[in-house]
Design a protein around this ligand. Sequence first.
Ligand SMILES: Cc1cc2nc3c(=O)[nH]c(=O)nc-3n(C[C@H](O)[C@H](O)[C@H](O)COP(=O)(O)OP(=O)(O)OC[C@H]3O[C@@H](n4cnc5c(N)ncnc54)[C@H](O)[C@@H]3O)c2cc1C
Length: 385
Amino acid sequence: MSHNVSPAASPFDETHDELRASIRAFVDREIVPHVHEWDETTFPDAIVRRMGELGFLGLSVPEEYGGQGGDYFTNIVLAEEIARGGSGGLLMGLSVHTDMVMPPILQFGTEEQKQRYVRAGVEGREMFCLGITEPDAGSDVAGTKTRAVRDGDGWVINGSKTYITNGTRASMIMLVTKTDPDAGHDGFTIFLVPMDTPGVTVERKLDKMGMHASDTALIAFQDVRVGADAVLGEVGNGFKQIMWELQAERTIAAAGVTAYAQYAFDKTVEYAKERETFGRPLGKHQAIRHKIAQMATELTAARDIVYATARSYAAGEYDVRRISMCKLYATQTADRVADECVQIHGGAGYMAEYDVSRVYRDVRLYRIGAGADEIMLDVIGKSFV
Ligand SMILES: Cc1cc2nc3c(=O)[nH]c(=O)nc-3n(C[C@H](O)[C@H](O)[C@H](O)COP(=O)(O)OP(=O)(O)OC[C@H]3O[C@@H](n4cnc5c(N)ncnc54)[C@H](O)[C@@H]3O)c2cc1C
């Protein structure tokens, strides 16, 4: 069912195809009609609850925590179909929830944490956010300044996190802190902090260039007291845990952005067939047809690298070089494709009412978030020399 994928490259079987059809029907019915409205207002919590009721938020979560027990490719199907619905902001908000916060809890959390958070997250009763970035530490995660200090049996946290997706609506933040400034990479600890804990303040909802359907926040932590049960996994293991998390984040970002660029491409092909200039449809001008051919080729290559990477990830390989290449290539491709889609639409492409203009604004983020181009290049380069 996926576009332009040779059967050899596709990781999907009939179960995935059935899942895709059911998500697609839901998206067409309950998301597509609201995409423009949500770009003004941000997506409502009700759509998250609805997806929880339908079982879409726990596709690969074990059944004992309320999930569907599917394989990793079910997450790829979800990201692709949400992207195809046309709301980049919803895609991002959901990806943080399902692919960035819940997997580390399942991987490193206690049974109590899994029952408490994963179940609520899968049911869509609660939504989560991930706090890595700080005003003074983005690409350089090791520069984290948010500090957690032991206090009796618990901890006291002070610091600040910025650009936090779902930050105004989340019930819990997965928070990266420094617990021992002298221990290098062993000095980090992750906490699961309920957002209603005294001392946690959403300071500002941030205005953005794109991804308008998603809420983004600056969050302050002042003398925030949490118990020892808020620690995720082992004290001192936070850096390794977040590097593990980032691999899933980059893979799902690559899958989502490729599908989102495909959505813009499909809209553009339709437009190129209908819009006439100089007496014939745009698509019949060779210069435009070549742009379409170039985009289709690059999207196919991006999808192939996404699927190959997803296969490797699902097989339990921890192939950081491959994942970084995948993230770099998919996001740069999506950026180029979105730019060409706007160009082919001409003035219409610059109008907010046209879907391609939203995609153009939204996809720009992907070359910055989850490890910017330069960081991906550095990771790939260091793996060689
Ligand atoms: C809409 C949005 C949503 C986000 N959601 C979240 C979220 O939910 N949770 C979260 O924790 N973070 C989130 N982020 C933050 C995002 O991950 C960071 O913006 C990103 O990691 C880059 O960090 P920075 O902005 O501090 O840039 P910086 O680290 O200041 O980098 C600035 C530029 O310099 C480049 N650069 C940095 N160091 C080097 C180097 N050594 N060599 C060459 N170039 C370099 C970078 O690649 C980048 O292009 C979000 C960001 C945005 C915009």
